[in-house]
Ligand binder design. Structure first.
Ligand code: ASP
Length: 235
């Protein structure tokens, strides 16, 4: 995922639902595992969100691994940027799949604690220091005692609807189940506003729900009994 300057610019966040501790970083180029740095922000700094050079400078102090920026380069994504530039010059929209490259995880431990994390290169051809929902606590990532959510999709809409928090809030205040809350937000509210995307969600009983309003969403899961699965399209 390249920005308009041909650079990979990474955003990530993590949240511990048992304590509501959270950490996030945005606009870094050289951090090998952005979620690891987000976790350092959560555990080893008094802050929740660090950006750009300051975040990298903190990362050096915190001892996370650094790589050359071309570590994140793939030819496939580079060609998407070239195509997006050509389309932009002709006033054409890039295909929606150029947008998405997010990886998220939600986990429940043996003591019933939920954590969620999200990591992304954002959107191809992004500019002006654009930051999406992935590092925004409450938009792309949220976890509390009952619910954990990690989102992927058109970040601007996920920020405006505070998607991850809204799902957990509907459960806490409205008595909705995870599936009801996530379907209402992902299948109704996001598309009504003009956005698209999906979430992975987990509740404290171990129920998972992974709705998306796009053609597909790569997803995988492991249940407490060790059974596991993967899927791309609906069903
Ligand atoms: N949500 C991400 C963003 O807007 C994109 C993605 O899901 O891949 O930055």
């Amino acid at each position: 995922m390249f920005n308009a300057d041909g650079i990979n610019e990474l955003d990530a966040s993590i949240m511990d639902g048992s304590t509501l501790a959270a950490g996030a970083i945005a606009g870094v180029h050289r951090v090998r595992n952005p979620v690891t740095l987000a976790r350092k922000v959560m555990e080893d700094s008094p802050h929740v969100m660090l950006i750009g050079e300051g975040a990298e400078s903190f990362g050096r102090t915190a001892g996370v691994d650094f790589v050359e920026p071309d570590y994140f380069r793939t030819e496939h994504r580079w060609q998407q940027l070239q195509d997006a530039r050509h389309r932009e010059a002709s006033n054409l929209q890039p295909p929606r799949e150029y947008a998405y490259g997010t990886v998220g995880a939600v986990a429940l431990d043996a003591e019933g604690r939920i954590a969620a994390a999200t990591s992304t290169g954002g959107m191809t051809n992004k500019r002006w220091g654009r930051v999406g929902d992935a590092p925004i606590i409450g938009a792309g990532t949220y976890a509390n005692a009952q619910c954990g959510v990690s989102a992927t999709g058109w970040g601007e809409y996920f920020i405006r609807l505070a998607v991850a928090h809204d799902i957990c809030a509907r459960m806490a205040y409205g008595g909705a189940s995870l599936a009801e809350a996530a379907d209402e937000v992902v299948m109704k509210r996001v598309p009504e506003l003009g956005g698209d995307g999906g979430v992975i969600g987990l509740d404290a009983e171990g129920n998972m729900h992974l709705p998306f309003n796009t053609g597909g969403m790569y997803r995988g899961w492991v249940r407490p009994d060790g059974s596991r699965g993967t899927a791309i399209f609906a069903d």
